[in-house]
Write a protein that binds this ligand. Structure first.
Ligand SMILES: C[S@@+](CC[C@H](N)C(=O)[O-])C[C@H]1O[C@@H](n2cnc3c(N)ncnc32)[C@H](O)[C@@H]1O
Length: 271
């Protein structure tokens, strides 16, 4: 299976767009009057949910007229919130075909296609214009990216001078690969799991030319207590193609075994 097929098989339920539209109609929502707010119960597709989406916008200083690159745009939920609340435009890259189709259709139904464009591809394969974006976002995407150093160099070139790159991610620890349990939220097996330590991500960012603005790295810690809901309450079962119950349990066990750290960061391109 190719990388993109593996990513799509892990993330996107077959016929995802139709499933989502059916879910909305069952709630009594008329599609011709669909609003971006009708989607927020499930379209912020990362553990931190809406709180994290808003933190990323504030930490990067998103504002009217800014151009945002969203690497791993999911079903477009973060893009729709940033455009609506902060007046920017977004170019989203999303390799999972089911997600990309849903992102385009939902964005069109809420009337935001003039502010948001998606390309269905792996960021490694996409040519990005130089000095074009004010902000680049990696919202829980980095764990799937093998050539982190190369992608940071590519994104660095595509940012305008002074442009910011923001990351939320789970990170590797010295215990990560001792009995790591699958499926986890971002991978069904080791073939698409590219967890990096916060230290190596930092080194790759600095080597690409970035400097720190915010750096909040939390190391993994062993705990006798199973953390209550480490990936939040979002109804991932609506959109993900994997066994979501096993995924949640494994995420809790990987976390309490000290196999996962986390990172929130904003870095800046030289002026
Ligand atoms: C946990 S989801 C987060 C989606 C979205 N950022 C959000 O928060 O709603 C991670 C996303 O990264 C995407 N992804 C994985 N590998 C990628 C790659 N090589 N290039 C771009 N996106 C990728 C996945 O398909 C998936 O949609």
């Amino acid at each position: 299976m190719s990388y993109r097929e593996s990513i799509n098989t892990h993330y996107g339920k077959p016929d995802l767009t139709a499933r989502i539209l059916d879910h909305l109609q069952r709630q009594g929502i008329e599609l011709e009057h669909l609003k971006w707010e009708d989607l927020i119960d499930f379209d912020q597709f990362h553990g931190g949910g809406m709180k994290s989406t808003l933190w990323l916008a504030e930490a990067t200083g998103l504002g009217p007229g800014m151009r945002v690159l969203d690497v791993g745009a999911g079903i477009g939920g973060t893009a729709r919130v940033w455009c609506t609340k902060f007046g920017c435009t977004v170019f989203g890259i999303e390799p999972a075909e089911e997600f990309c189709n849903a992102a385009e259709r939902l964005t069109s139904l809420v009337g935001m296609s003039d502010q948001i464009n998606f390309i269905c591809d792996d960021v490694a394969e996409v040519e990005l214009p130089d000095n074009s974006f004010d902000v680049a976002m990696f919202v829980n995407t980095l764990m799937n990216i093998e050539d982190e150093a190369g992608i940071f160099r590519k994104v660095y070139r595509s940012l305008k001078p002074g442009g910011r790159l923001a990351i939320t991610a789970r990170t590797a620890t010295p215990l990560t690969y001792e009995g790591f349990l699958y499926p986890c939220p971002w991978a069904s097996d080791p073939s698409t799991n590219f967890l990096a330590t916060a230290e190596s991500t930092h080194a790759d960012l600095i080597a690409a030319g970035f400097s720190d603005v915010v750096w909040e790295a939390t190391p993994g810690e062993k705990s006798d207590e199973t953390p209550p809901t480490p990936i939040g309450p979002a109804p991932f079962g609506l959109i993900m193609n994997i066994d979501v119950v096993a995924m949640r349990r494994n995420n809790q066990l990987n976390t309490s075994a000290g196999r996962l750290g986390s990172l929130r960061a904003v870095v800046r391109k030289r002026v």
